[in-house]
Design a protein around this ligand. Structure first.
Ligand SMILES: C[S@@+](CC[C@H](N)C(=O)[O-])C[C@H]1O[C@@H](n2cnc3c(N)ncnc32)[C@H](O)[C@@H]1O
Length: 213
């Protein structure tokens, strides 16, 4: 995994310098805060791991410079990964990085998540992308067997959980709230939600996940 990390960081520092795909440029810090932080929820949280293994499809939203999609795709070569990101330049860069790192199981698309219909069983991930309440409201889901996971720091318990309970707890069940051990980082958690009622938000003209994969 360290070799993968060094190769990845080298691409970000050379070919894609100037795109600001990560602000972390120190080798050990990049390994801890981007690579390990991306894959340790799978290694440490049983529910997250079991859902990924049974759904076999992970949809990563707002991957920026490729996190967690690319470290997870490297770690789990038999799982299919699809990324949606609203900034075109990041999508183009991450598709090239995925090819250079030898990750045929990861493909990324220029698409806002609010324009996508999640109509296949899958696991959806968000890392450092907005708040739980904002993004759960944006999701269009037609299948019940979908798990939505947010990689979070202390902000969830401190600021976001109350807002979620006030506004969305009748629509989404919070079913995972797991504290992780990630070297070099303060409190990290993986928080999982599943829809209580489906379909939700399916009336618009949406890009179907099933048309992509
Ligand atoms: C702070 S970055 C996080 C990047 C990466 N997940 C990480 O952990 O390093 C948030 C990213 O989410 C993308 N984004 C924001 N809103 C989005 C939306 N509605 N749909 C898809 N991507 C979105 C932004 O363009 C940005 O690249």
């Amino acid at each position: 995994m360290m070799n993968f990390s060094l190769k990845y960081l080298n691409l970000l520092k050379t070919k894609f310098e100037g795109l600001n795909l990560t602000r972390i440029l120190d080798e050990q810090e990049f390994y801890d805060k981007q690579i390990l932080d991306s894959i340790l929820p799978y290694e440490q949280c049983e529910e997250f791991k079991n859902l990924i293994e049974s759904r076999k499809l992970v949809v990563d939203v707002g991957f920026g410079g490729g996190f967690p999609i690319l470290p997870l795709a490297h770690h789990l070569p038999k799982i299919r990964f699809i990324g949606f990101e609203s900034r075109m330049k990041k999508v183009e860069a991450v598709n090239v990085i995925a090819a250079e790192l030898g990750l045929p199981n990861a493909k990324t698309y220029h698409q806002r998540i609010e324009d996508v219909l999640i109509d296949r069983p899958c696991v959806v991930t968000f890392k450092a992308v907005g708040t739980v309440t904002d993004f759960l409201k944006k999701l269009n889901v037609s299948k019940k067997d979908v798990g939505i996971f947010f990689y979070k720091g202390p902000s969830f318990a401190e600021k976001e959980q109350g807002e979620f309970e006030k506004t969305l707890s009748k629509e989404w069940e919070l079913f995972v709230n797991f504290q992780l051990k990630v070297p070099g980082t303060e409190e990290r958690r993986i928080i999982g939600f599943r829809p209580i009622n489906v379909p939700r938000g399916t009336s618009k003209n949406l890009v179907k996940l099933s048309d992509i994969f």
